[in-house]
Design a protein around this ligand. Structure first.
Ligand SMILES: C[S@@+](CC[C@H](N)C(=O)[O-])C[C@H]1O[C@@H](n2cnc3c(N)ncnc32)[C@H](O)[C@@H]1O
Length: 153
């Protein structure tokens, strides 16, 4: 099979990937790129943090310098009960310089001291499969996320 046709799976963090096929290397640039490489990305309401992990790996493979801020609504104790692998996932995220925060309510970002001074820092804000009830509280009346900006994704 030609290199260009081979599917090597998701990008890994090996840079600059000289041993990968050219189509793989160039394909990383053609990925649906929603996050400004220099901006931080915020993930809200993640459950087992695997989405955040894939996002952080993807950004690392693209040499993004912006950080990934991964958050869960639940406290760590709850996550440990639900997801036996959660500590391993958190370790991997932190090894990639991602920030992991728990007990984050997406409707209260503007008054959460951990987000003080973060207004305008987020290039993209992700909340996959949100609870419908929280969406109204997540946006201010102008339609801007209450964390002060970022493209809701
Ligand atoms: C349907 S689950 C989706 C989980 C995850 N985003 C995914 O795609 O697998 C909805 C998530 O929203 C979280 N959640 C509920 N209320 C929230 C709030 N006010 N702020 C942030 N997350 C919230 C829940 O804890 C739950 O993990």
């Amino acid at each position: 099979m030609e290199d260009a046709e081979r599917d090597d799976g998701p990008p890994d963090s090996g840079l600059p990937a000289p041993d990968k096929p050219g189509a793989f290397v160039m394909g990383r640039r053609n990925c649906l790129e929603l996050v400004d490489p220099f901006s931080d990305a915020l993930v809200l309401g993640d459950a087992n943090l695997t989405f955040s992990l894939v996002l952080a790996e993807h950004r690392k493979s693209l040499c993004h310098v912006g950080r990934t801020v991964a958050t869960t609504f639940e406290k760590l104790e709850t996550l440990k009960e639900r997801y036996p692998e959660i500590e391993d996932t958190i370790k991997k995220l932190e090894e990639m310089e991602a920030e992991v925060l728990h007990n984050v309510d997406c409707t209260r970002l503007a008054v959460d001291p951990r987000f003080k001074g973060m207004e305008g820092k987020f290039g993209a804000v992700y909340y996959n499969f949100p609870h419908a009830g929280v969406i109204q509280g997540f946006f201010d009346p102008t339609g801007t996320p209450t964390c002060g900006g970022g493209t809701p994704t």
